[in-house]
Design a binder for this molecule. Sequence first.
Ligand code: NAD
Ligand code: UDP
Length: 316
Amino acid sequence: MRILVTGGAGFIGSHLLDRLMKEQHQVICLDNFYTGTKSNISKWMSDPNFEWIRHDVTEPIRLEVDQIYHLACPASPVHYQYNPIKTAKVSFLGTSNMLGLAKRVKARFLLASTFEVYGDPDVHPQPEEYHGNVNPIGIRSCYDEGKRIAETLSFDYHRQHDVEIRVARIFNTYGPRMLENDGRVVSNFIAQSLQGKALTIYGDGSQTRSFCYVTDLVDGLIKLMNGDQIGPINLGNPEEYTIAQLAQKVRDAIDPSREISFKPLPQDDPKQRKPDITKAKTLLNWQPTVSLETGLAQTIAEFKQRIQVQQECQSR
Ligand code: NAD
Ligand code: UDP
């Protein structure tokens, strides 16, 4: 199959590309390299089944493909809040351009949506039927509301133009190739521990998250794309941890003597989050298989290597 992956040079996108390339598909990676890197896709550059295009999804593009995985969008608060107006445009214009492409070439379209459509949830755990508790004017709104309109557009293209859509609501995902400076909690804690800095807990660390290892998530995305459920379907690991527990796990794995420093909790930071994955289990036959300990060990190993290379380059 000819498969387009927007945001394919990013963290999740590049792991998805790896799977699709190994399955012998023809893959086009479309990315503007805002948070993605060429090193994430470099191993495929000379493969005849692989192409990459530097392109911004807010501009239309014409391509012939059978499936579109639409992941292009900055995902960490640091990056999506850097230029919030652009973030909202990426979600609205970018998604409508890719849905327009899907309509024209009759491709199946999968939207990488997010748990953020639930906002700061007052239902726990969150099932897909929950409509959310989202602040429309806060500092996270460009992303949260952006993804909500992206879901709306997807369902309207489906109802109005019969576009075959799939909507995944992805929960916190972690793994190798996360940017060490992207501000997300797993990457922050690992990078801080490896660089000999104190781990920064925002608030008192009692807020909860559920962390899904990236290869599990990719497996879920591929199952959703190739199954007959349009979604939305939650994809995430239902094991829930407080941020303080996560800090302890990372310290235990790297250096238990690292200090912890407490910083103010960002505005609109959700208090608790855990996916209800009943639908993914029953309709896609999917559930995560990688434990937090195993996933963290693999992520730490890759960060260690990357940080070491960076330090060697700086000392030359
Ligand atoms: P990422 O920042 O690593 O990847 C996003 C990719 O999109 C990058 O390669 C970036 O360069 C590219 N991009 C950004 N704006 C673009 C534009 N205008 N045109 C073309 N390319 C553009 O983030 P990620 O964690 O890999 O997330 C991928 C997708 O999954 C995003 O849509 C995100 O909203 C969604 N998601 C991620 C998580 C998570 O925990 N990582 C959770 C929920 C949803
Ligand atoms: N967080 C933290 N220290 C950090 C980075 C994040 O305590 O260095 C907290 C953050 O306030 C949030 C949780 O960890 O409560 C998860 O943050 P992240 O940005 O990874 O994901 P999101 O808030 O989007 O779920």
